[in-house]
Design a protein around this ligand. Structure first.
Ligand SMILES: Cc1cc2nc3c(=O)[nH]c(=O)nc-3n(C[C@H](O)[C@H](O)[C@H](O)COP(=O)(O)OP(=O)(O)OC[C@H]3O[C@@H](n4cnc5c(N)ncnc54)[C@H](O)[C@@H]3O)c2cc1C
Ligand code: FES
Ligand code: FES
Length: 494
């Protein structure tokens, strides 16, 4: 019996597969053993000879390795561009991957490629497949393509020689009438049926001292974590895979939740947004667009589309970086983290979660199942700042979140969180206490800025010196003052 037909029942619930099952450009593949542990880009280039997928930075920064990953969603295959250099093959279980080679239409270049040729959108060509893949997804998704939409779709793609103008021009000159939808290029019915069926199975692959487990249920995940407490959880992999590629980090036992039903859900309940552990940042971004526009704006400049299509809120929290973008917002909203283990579940307020640099209140047998974010109450105002050297695809130097309520010109209540100013994200209790009950006045905010500086201990690093960060900490309070007085911050109406 071939390996892929061997099913064995083990102590965990349900049947267990010992291979990955995926499609690439419509071709079915079953992958077992050590091959399951390689980056997706390596599998595509070296395993399948799909060398149109280029590797340049190997850390998610350039988009040359962009491919479309199609996952089962509402009975269809939903395609998103991601960076294949920072995805491990096991993350692509039950996916349909489309590479630049697979975007051909009737054996010819597709309309995006034609436009790139006609508008001179390529020189050395190394970045070109990534741009083409990202734009093809945009044209497949967008009902009324526009210049801004084209620009937004390629914010995760860098070109070193052509310059962006001809590339955007190519996007604007795509013959929309000739585009064949992805669902016609790759009729989904067979994949949909197979993926839905296979999601009921967990996957366990062991090879050369390494183990990967893809549980089908939360109960299977908890049991595995209690028996393998050093197991590393890989969600989107946008933090972990960079460390793997650049610092030879090689965890022996890993677990990924891509096949657990319901864990990618985002919903509203009890005045809170409930965000499942595998919900991508892109999904969160569109969910909060009308509900918390300020958070939407922050997510819009988080990494790039490729990063947001893979990365998760849980990963941003558990990576515990002091310059992570979402935690300051979560701090001022007093978000709650739901942790699960075989012993049950417990809640930790994010304000109590971090215990030091990369240390937090999460036991080795636990993991995050979801995050609850209270919605702003009526009359509350939220302002979020990200200071970075460029708008898109950059890590923050400093971050700040303010949630406050005014009564006339008086500050009735305020919560402040700063990032990039200490080993962990900080609330600024003395500054908050000083501002409560004060008038909105420049002098008041300048005094508050001096107190804020006394509460933080920034260091110098490649993103900015200690002195620069201290000045930024002050300036952000002045900026808040001016934005309040100019009426640029809207109070929540719900
Ligand atoms: C090019 C690039 C740009 C980026 N831009 C930004 C940016 O603008 N702002 C920003 O804040 N970050 C940025 N990042 C960092 C990264 O994308 C985010 O931190 C992202 O949210 C990580 O999520 P993930 O799902 O990919 O985490 P992973 O890499 O999968 O995991 C990160 C950590 O979280 C742990 N973890 C994941 N899920 C769970 C869980 N359910 N329970 C317990 N532990 C868990 C993992 O074990 C690991 O320690 C960027 C990264 C790259 C490569
Ligand atoms: S090679 Fe640069 S993002 Fe993957
Ligand atoms: S064409 Fe050379 S990097 Fe873009």
């Amino acid at each position: 019996m071939p390996y892929h037909m061997q099913h064995c029942l083990i102590g965990l619930a349900g049947y267990m597969r010992d291979y990955l099952h995926l499609f690439v450009n419509g071709q079915e593949h079953k992958v077992s053993g050590s091959e399951a542990f390689q980056p997706l880009s390596t599998f595509l280039r070296w395993g399948l000879g799909k060398t149109g997928t280029k590797i340049v930075c190997e850390e998610g920064d350039c988009g040359a390795c962009t491919v479309l990953v199609g996952k089962l969603k509402d009975g269809k295959i939903d395609y998103q561009p991601i960076n294949s250099c920072i995805q491990l093959l096991y993350q692509a279980d039950l996916s349909h991957i489309i590479t630049v080679e697979g975007l051909k239409q009737n054996g010819h270049l597709n309309p995006v490629q034609d436009a790139m040729v006609e508008c001179h959108g390529t020189q050395c060509g190394f970045c070109t497949p990534g741009f083409v893949v990202a734009m093809c997804e945009y044209f497949d998704r967008s009902k009324s393509p526009c210049a801004q939409g084209i620009k937004d779709s390629v914010t995760g793609n860098l070109c070193r020689c052509t310059g962006y103008e001809p590339i955007i021009k190519a996007g604007l000159n795509v013959d929309l009438t000739s585009i064949v939808p992805l669902s016609e290029l790759y009729p989904p019915s067979e994949m949909v049926k197979l993926f839905a069926e296979k999601r009921k199975e967990s996957v366990l692959i062991k090879a050369e001292g390494k183990t990967v487990f893809l549980p089908a249920t939360l109960a299977d995940a908890s049991k595995f974590k209690s028996e393998n407490q050093d197991a590393i959880i890989i969600a989107g992999g946008t933090d972990v895979c960079v460390v793997m590629n650049k610092r030879a980090y090689a965890p022996n036992v890993v677990m990924n939740f891509c096949n657990i039903d319901g864990l990618s859900e985002i919903k509203i309940g009890d005045g809170r947004i409930h965000v499942g552990a595998t919900a991508t940042l892109a999904k969160l971004e569109s969910f909060v667009k009308d509900k918390v526009p300020e958070f939407f704006d922050l997510l819009w400049v988080f990494g790039s589309p490729q990063i947001r299509n893979a990365g998760t809120l849980a990963g941003n929290i558990a990576n515990a970086s002091p310059i992570a973008d979402t935690p300051p917002f979560l701090f001022v909203m007093d978000a709650v983290i739901n942790l699960v283990s075989t012993k049950g579940s417990r809640q930790v307020r994010i304000n109590d979660f971090y215990k030091g640099y990369k240390r937090f209140d999460m036991n080795k047998d636990e993991f995050i199942s979801s995050v609850e974010i209270p919605l702003p109450a009526k009359g509350e105002m939220v302002r979020l700042y990200k200071v970075s050297r460029r708008k898109h695809l950059d890590i923050s130097t400093n971050t700040a979140a303010f949630k406050f309520k005014l009564n006339g010109n008086k500050i009735e209540d305020i919560a402040i969180a700063y990032g990039g100013v200490a080993a962990v994200i900080l609330r600024l209790p003395k500054t908050e206490d000083f501002l409560k009950g004060k008038q909105v006045d420049l002098d008041v905010f300048q005094k508050a800025a001096d107190i804020a500086v006394s509460e933080i201990t920034p260091i110098s690093d490649v993103r900015g010196s200690r002195e620069f960060r201290l000045q930024l900490a002050k300036n952000l309070l002045s900026k808040l003052y001016y934005e309040i007085t100019e009426g640029r911050i809207a109070a929540c109406q719900q």
